[in-house]
Design a binder for this molecule. Structure first.
Ligand SMILES: *[C@@H]1O[C@H](CO)[C@@H](O)[C@H](O)[C@H]1NC(C)=O
Ligand SMILES: *[C@@H]1O[C@H](CO)[C@@H](O)[C@H](O)[C@H]1NC(C)=O
Ligand SMILES: *[C@@H]1O[C@H](CO)[C@@H](O)[C@H](O)[C@H]1NC(C)=O
Ligand SMILES: *[C@@H]1O[C@H](CO)[C@@H](O)[C@H](O)[C@H]1NC(C)=O
Ligand SMILES: *[C@@H]1O[C@H](CO)[C@@H](O)[C@H](O)[C@H]1NC(C)=O
Ligand SMILES: *[C@@H]1O[C@H](CO)[C@@H](O)[C@H](O)[C@H]1NC(C)=O
Ligand SMILES: *[C@@H]1O[C@H](CO)[C@@H](O)[C@H](O)[C@H]1NC(C)=O
Ligand SMILES: *[C@@H]1O[C@H](CO)[C@@H](O)[C@H](O)[C@H]1NC(C)=O
Ligand SMILES: *[C@@H]1O[C@H](CO)[C@@H](O)[C@H](O)[C@H]1NC(C)=O
Ligand SMILES: *[C@@H]1O[C@H](CO)[C@@H](O)[C@H](O)[C@H]1NC(C)=O
Ligand SMILES: *[C@@H]1O[C@H](CO)[C@@H](O)[C@H](O)[C@H]1NC(C)=O
Ligand SMILES: *[C@@H]1O[C@H](CO)[C@@H](O)[C@H](O)[C@H]1NC(C)=O
Length: 650
């Protein structure tokens, strides 16, 4: 073993005495070269190296040594191999940093010849201790660790030789999360105990990306996932956007099936994310009373993030360290946040996955969908969540319809939208045409038999009827009863929107049966007459509509009191027909912000609708469009794409 004595940068900020069982079980927070890390209580492996050998790499007063594991087939390991490994780790991972080179542990699958020029190079990185696994069969071999561990940054205890994973800590400065989570015993999770400076927001911990390798059975290995706080995650509380609800009920004892499928596929659950109250539509300033609405990171950062998957939308739009979020869509709750926060987002075919251990809004329309910046992660996540309920297909539909598209571009946003349409037509080798489903309805036998001359007469009251009656019965009434029983007959505070909607649900103005009947009439008509299934292409056609056109919707606006979410629009098609409606970000466009008094950029997105069960067609299309460069995976932050020197978006 050889070592050098450069002053590395480790300082322990806060950790309690090892003698107290409670604080050691919650892990520790450590600072390496100015960046905060969480060190879990449970070790993943151990080195059989003594204190005398390890102490050279410690900093005064601390036993935790930042250490990098480098494993591979290294017949020779010299300065250039070391530099190459460091460059690779830095490019692939946000948790690794040079501070972790304080100790290096080399594991080679073949006997490794260590070159003399390593010593000087290691010392330039501040290395104090270089260890080689015994299986590396090297002249400086020391020890094997007890359990094989992959590449990446770790912490090793100089006292015990225990090796711990490193979680980088991030401040949730956009307020997208309710709390950070960390895996605990036997499939349970617990609230992350760490806290770092930030704007009164939770701290989220993410493990090194280097620990994980995606495989066929683990296509989401290492993918960092946030979960909308209406899904149960065993060991943590579910708040559903209500302080009273969070306080009243205990930690969940089961993980929702939808979340479990993500975990089984290798996804890392890093936190619970904000929902508007009980997943009802709420506007930032007017309606969010119990909690503050998350911040939409796009533009100057003061556009409404939309709802109800507000946390998932804002978090995916804001944080490059977050890969995927699980939201839910009853009436637009994945699609709208995906559009305005600049990411992919899907409302799937209804009933593709059972929503057990999930808060209900309207089980007749509730769906579980994803938000993400990457079409390939989107597709992989869809495949593991909806599994065999996704219908297979052999080619893309050739019939492409649009509705609501501008004829000519009168704004830059419309130009982005029309440019995408032209490229999509080229990709599918087809020409789009306008679908006038309103006229198709008015001339249908169903319009005649229901005495509903237009779709608005049939459906304007359907959505409010279904959600208010179902949520009042399944959630509102039992919650109020449970709360009263636990609080001497008291009523909990309810935000204005759910309060108003539950009031309508209790009224006798419409009936659930009437709503179900109208929904069924529309569903049957749409799926038979407008968008039938096709053996080869799954869906006979695809329908596109503009999702968002870079229009600011400032959050500092006082709105009217709540009203019924009544009406008819293109966004209702998927809700009533039970078909997929998926948001694809296609670009960004400028606006002159009245807040920053500067030109800023907001997302441009398109929605794509297909026949029931044909979600896989759109997942595949989105993936291929991204691979072909027709769309680009957006970046997190104020702008989705950066302009290169030629003015093109990258
Ligand atoms: C270290 O030595 C090896 C073998 O001679 C050589 O290939 C490599 O370029 C050297 N690297 C450095 C950084 O000097
Ligand atoms: C770094 O990555 C490159 C490209 O994948 C690879 O060729 C090289 O072997 C890697 N370096 C090390 C030390 O693993
Ligand atoms: C270690 O490698 C050398 C050659 O590099 C070989 O002669 C020796 O048998 C190996 N020892 C073990 C234990 O594998
Ligand atoms: C999991 O969490 C629940 C709820 O906090 C708790 O009752 C249970 O004991 C935990 N199970 C394990 C194995 O830690
Ligand atoms: C798990 O939680 C549910 C819902 O709160 C409860 O009905 C059930 O009794 C709990 N089961 C156990 C084993 O604690
Ligand atoms: C497929 O959907 C049905 C409901 O339509 C559900 O009962 C079933 O569990 C789903 N299959 C899988 C593998 O999730
Ligand atoms: C759209 O542009 C075309 C070609 O530039 C022009 O002929 C047509 O009149 C325009 N239509 C409208 C509605 O502006
Ligand atoms: C596109 O469609 C046209 C007309 O059907 C056909 O002639 C042409 O070969 C197609 N091109 C490709 C690339 O599929
Ligand atoms: C409407 O229904 C009536 C009676 O059911 C029928 O006589 C009439 O032809 C229908 N009109 C259309 C346009 O289908
Ligand atoms: C159902 O449709 C009829 C028209 O056929 C309409 O009068 C009624 O308001 C609708 N009710 C609901 C709940 O959608
Ligand atoms: C029910 O309908 C009546 C008459 O149109 C209206 O005055 C009342 O406000 C409605 N009730 C609710 C809860 O919407
Ligand atoms: C943006 O709006 C402000 C206020 O109306 C105006 O002063 C400014 O010139 C505008 N900037 C641009 C680039 O249009």
């Amino acid at each position: 073993m050889f070592s050098s004595f450069i002053n590395g940068g480790i300082a322990v900020l806060a950790y309690a005495s090892l003698a107290t069982a409670i604080s050691s079980s919650a892990g520790r927070t450590v600072n390496v070269d100015g960046t905060f890390y969480y060190v879990p209580a449970t070790a993943v492996s151990s080195l059989g190296v003594s204190w005398n050998e390890l102490k050279v790499a410690t900093s005064s007063g601390d036993d935790l040594i930042p250490m990098t594991v480098m494993s591979g087939d290294f017949s020779t390991f010299d300065a250039s191999t070391l530099n190459s490994a460091i460059a690779n780790f830095t490019a692939e991972d946000d948790v690794f940093s040079r501070g972790f080179l304080q100790a290096v542990y080399l594991i080679s699958t073949t006997p490794s010849e260590l070159h003399a020029n390593l010593t000087d190079t290691l010392s330039t990185y501040g290395n104090k201790l270089f260890m080689v696994s015994a299986t590396s069969n090297s002249s400086v071999s020391t020890t094997d660790c007890t359990v094989a561990i992959p590449n990446g940054p770790y912490f090793v205890s100089a006292y015990t030789g225990s090796i711990y994973q490193a979680f980088r800590l991030y401040s949730d400065f956009e307020g997208a999360f309710t709390e950070g989570t960390i895996g605990a015993e036997e499939g349970n999770y617990s609230t992350l105990s760490a806290s770092i400076p930030g704007v009164q927001s939770p701290t989220i911990g993410v493990p090194s990306r280097l620990y994980y390798t995606k495989t066929k059975s683990q296509p989401l290995a290492g993918v960092r996932v946030g979960i909308k706080d209406i899904y149960d995650v065993a060991g943590t509380k579910r708040g559903c956007g209500s302080r009273a609800y969070y306080d009243l009920y205990p930690e969940a004892n089961k993980t929702a099936l939808a979340v479990q499928r993500i975990i089984d596929a290798g996804g890392i659950i890093v936190g619970k994310m904000k929902t508007s109250q009980f997943a009802n539509g709420e506007a930032a300033t007017a309606d969010w009373v119990d909690y503050h609405s998350p911040f939409n990171p796009r533009g100057e950062g003061y556009s409404d993030p939309s709802s109800s998957s507000s946390g998932p939308g804002a978090g995916i739009g804001a944080y490059q360290w977050l890969d995927l979020a699980l939201g839910s869509d009853t009436g637009g709750s994945v699609r709208n946040p995906a559009q305005v926060n600049g990411c992919y987002g899907n409302r799937p075919t209804h009933d593709l996955v059972a929503l057990t251990n999930v808060m209900p809004l309207s089980p007749l329309m509730d769906t579980a969908g994803f938000l993400t910046r990457d079409a390939d992660i989107w597709k992989a996540a869809g495949e593991i969540l909806y599994t065999s309920n996704l219908t297979t297909f052999t080619s893309f539909p050739k019939t492409l319809y649009t509705t609501g598209f501008p004829v000519n571009a009168s704004t830059e946003a419309e130009g982005v939208l029309l440019d995408f349409l032209v490229k999509l037509e080229g990709f599918l080798n087809t020409t789009s045409s306008v679908l006038d489903y309103d006229t198709m309805w008015s001339t249908s036998a169903q319009a005649n038999s229901t005495s509903a001359p237009d779709l608005s007469s049939l459906l304007a009251l359907t959505y409010p009827t279904l959600i208010t009656k179902q949520q009042w019965e399944l959630l509102g009434a039992p919650f109020l009863a449970d709360y009263a029983a636990a609080n001497d007959g008291r009523t909990p505070f309810i935000d204005p929107v759910p309060e108003f909607r539950w009031g309508y649900g209790k009224s006798k103005n419409t009936t659930l049966e009437d709503g179900i009947q109208n929904k069924t009439i529309f569903k049957d008509w749409w799926n038979e007459s407008v968008m039938p299934k096709n053996a080869e292409t799954c869906s006979e056609n695809l329908l596109l509509y503009p999702g968002t056109l870079a229009t600011p919707n400032y959050r500092n606006v006082y709105l009217d009191p709540p009203s019924l979410p009544a009406g008819w629009g293109v966004y209702n098609i998927a809700i009533f027909a039970g078909v997929p409606d998926m948001v694809v970000p296609v670009g960004q466009a400028p606006y002159n912000s009245t807040i920053s008094n500067h030109i800023e950029y907001l997302p441009v997105a398109v929605d794509i609708i297909a026949a029931p069960g044909c979600d896989a067609v759109i997942f595949e299309l989105a993936s291929q469009l991204q691979a072909a460069g027709i769309t680009r995976a957006p970046k997190a932050g104020s702008t989705m794409y950066r302009r290169d020197v030629g003015g093109r978006l990258e």
